[in-house]
Each structure stands twice: as C-alpha cells, then as structure tokens.
Design a protein around this ligand. Sequence first.
Ligand code: AMP
Length: 504
Amino acid sequence: MSRPSQVPLIAQAERHGRRFAVVDGQGSFTYNDLLDASSRVATELLAGHDDLREQRVAFLLAPRFPWVAVQWGIWRAGGVAVPLPVNATRSELEYFIDDTGASTLVFDAQAEPLLGPIAEVRDIRALRYDRILAHQPAELPDVASERRAMILYTSGTTNRPKGVVTTHANIAAQITSLIEAWEWSADDRILQCLPLHHIHGIVNVVSCALWSGATCEVLPRFDANAVWDRLAGSSLTLFMAVPTIYVKLIAAWDAAPPERRAVLSQACAKLRLMVSGSAALPVSTLERWKEISGHTLLERYGMTEIGMGLSNPLRGERVPGSVGTPLPSVEVQLVGENGQPIAPGMPGEIEVRGPSVFAEYWGKPEATRDAFRDGWFRTGDTAVIEDGVYRILGRTNIDILKTAGHKVSALEIEEALREHPAVAECAVVGVPDLEWGERVAAAVVLNDGGALDLPSLRIWAKEFLAAYKLPSRLLVLDALPRNATGKVTKPAIKAMFRDADSSN
Ligand code: AMP
C-alpha cells in the first residue's frame, strides 16, 4: 500500500474508505474501490518509472466509475489529466492530443475505434482501461500540490480552444470554496449528468462530492425523463445543471400526465439545493422551475479559468437574474476598459484573483500574459453591481453591443424578448452596421404554432425596452446553435445574419 497521497482530493478520499463514492448503473463503488482502481491505473501508466513528471495523459471514457479511476490514476502517477470530450470529431480530438503533446491515451472499448488509430499514427502509448487493472499497485510518487494537474479546453468561440492548466492546489481551492459556500457534507448525494470535459461536471459535481465523502450517482448521458426518474426514485440531496437542462426538464414535466407531475414535483422537496450555472439563467426559467419544484434555483457564475467566482447564497435571498456575491477565497473587482476603477453602479469587466485562478494557458505564454492585469485575471465578462449583488451583462466582446453610441447588454434584451408569447428561445447579437456601429439582431425559436415578424416584435417590445435596444433584425430558427455544454454559440448566429445579408 502506498503512502498517503499529497494530492489534496485523493488525500481526502483516503478518509472516506467504505462509503460509496460512485454509483453508475453498472455498480456501486466505494472510496476504497476508487483508490484501488486508480492506483492500478497509476502503476500501469508509470510502467516502472518513478513519476510521470507532468506528462500529459489524454483520456476518453464514458462518464462512469472508470472515468474517475483514470483521472485519479493519472494524478497519482504524477501526470497531467486531459479529459477529452465524448462526441468530439476526430480532428477536434487530434487537436487536443497534439496541442497537449500527450504521451499516452487511455480509453474504453467504445472509444477504441476512434482513439486507437490516432495513437498509432502518432506512436503514442495507447491503453484500454479494462486491460490495465491487473497489475498489483506499486509505490506511487509524491505529487506536490503546486504541480500541474489538469488541462481543460475552453469552449473557444472565435479562435481555436486554449488549454487551461490548473494545479492540484487550484483545484483544491475551487472545491473547498464551494464546499464551504454550499455546505457539502458526507450525507450528500448528487446526480451527475453533465459532460465530463468541462469544469461544471468535473469540479462542481464530481470533485466536490468526492472531497466531501458524498456519493455521486452517475447518468451516463443527459436524458430528461431519466433525470426525473432519478429525482423521484433516489435519495438525492443535490442537483446541478446548466439552464438548457432545466428547460428540458420543464418540457418533460409539462409533457407528463397530471399524476406523474405531482409525483415529480413532490420528489424535488427532498433535495436541499438545486444549482444553475455556466450560462445565464433566464428569469422565466427560474420562475417556472420554482412553480414545478418549489426550489429557487441558486445561480452562480464561473469559468474554466477561475473555477466559480460569484454565487447566490445557500441561505438568504437569491435574487433572480443575479449571480450574488464573491465566493469564499475569491476576490472580484469590476474595472473600466483600461483597468481603471469604475463609479459605483456602473458596468465593468469582471477581474478575479485568488488561489482558484488557473496557472496558465498551455503552451501560450503570450495569451497567459494578456489574460492578467496587475495579478488579476481578466474574465472578458461584463457585470454591474445592483443592490449589492452582481448581474452579468455578458461577454464583453460578444454580448455587449455598441449601437448608436449606447452600450447594450444582449442578455438584458434576451430576457425581455423571452416574455413574448410566441418566443420559446432567443439569442441576441450585434451585427456590424455603418450607421449604427452595430445593430441589435435577434434569433428566435418560436413556440409551437407561434408566428412573429419584426414590425410586430418591435411594437410589442417597445413597452419593455428603450428604442435603441429594439431589435432591427430578426431570424426565426428551428433551434439555436449550442456547444456540448448547452451554451448558445453566438459567433454561429452572427454568421447566420451575415449569410442572410449576402444572400439578399
Ligand atoms: P466556461 O469556461 O465554458 O465555463 O464558460 C464560462 C463563461 O460562461 C463565463 O465567462 C460567462 O461568460 C458564462 N457564464 C458562466 N456562468 C454564467 C452565469 N451564471 N450567467 C451568465 N453567464 C455565465
């Protein structure tokens, strides 16, 4: 048996022994099972060496127990974990593997046909999970918490995704901040149905659960009815998701017969907390969810580079449309375009400082330098403080439109347009315009049987929005383009408006 781990998350797990860590539909696995499987993975990865010394190990497995065993195995061997997205194309996977210079790929049988050939062409070591557990665990290295632990790729809206490097200490700070704020304990049980190549699922759900000695119940992929079945049939205490998931859960509840609706709504009462984040939560969704479940969703704000930064309170008032105040150990400030202080109540860019902030963009020293100002990470998000709580106005260079000399928040216009009876979903972007600088352009998805044209939308919206905020372009779509984490991809919407222009 190896010495106690210095990796903070794994050192915690060593205290939880026989408690259940992961329940994934194929079995119930204790913390001891996880420690045993991950030490075998580490042993295989080490192949007789004493330490991987931060070699990158990319892995693609279904999000079940083996996924966690591999992530922890990489850490215990001294490697840097690079979780690959399920559903990525071959060329996307090749980009992540080449960009990180991964020395080894680990995958399950399902991913073998895709990753096997990628490894072969590059002469990279390829390991199939089910074939690497046989070895008796060897002595594992001491891995100091300042060492690099993980590379996650940011969604990458315009340029190719950048690899965000976090150390073990960064990850520990991200976890402990949330554990304190949301009062995680070993009695918790959370449902994991988020993609495991993104901070939300990896840190907020899985890592917080495993630090606490809680149980993580895993759904291999999101399915609204399956989530409802778990909410109704299991002893969950926590649920965390992105806004689109709540929209889908609401649609599934609406489609259920009345008796089942009552059962589902009642089931929500036993949870102690339901959280939304990773994108703006429409107030209409928050309100509808409250009607259905009785829960006021706790909205928080975070980013791959910083972990979680701002959160509504666990206890106390949660303000719809706001993301609350800074989380424990996170410092937040709003600044003007040149980093200057802003007047109270004015919008500014969010800058963040603290131990949870990432170490660097992998292999991109210039991008890393540009991302910081005087030790503060520049998030690229704009917010305003109103009545003591932060409200996110959006990505500074995408969601803050400059039209007729005014700065306008796309999120605020979206919030208003969603109130239109014909609108099911919408996304607002700025399209370049010689006269106005940018024009407000709205892409909408209509409710069944709904109809909408621009003149009638403008007349309706005049009641809620100042004239310069009214859309002057409208596109009706069957669905909004979204990335794997459910976030609307606004550059794709801008391109649709451009295409519509060029075909006119
Ligand atoms: P990611 O790094 O993929 O998690 O994306 C982080 C980005 O998501 C942030 O920079 C924000 O633009 C956005 N985001 C996260 N949480 C929220 C929220 N509660 N409201 C609005 N935007 C959010």
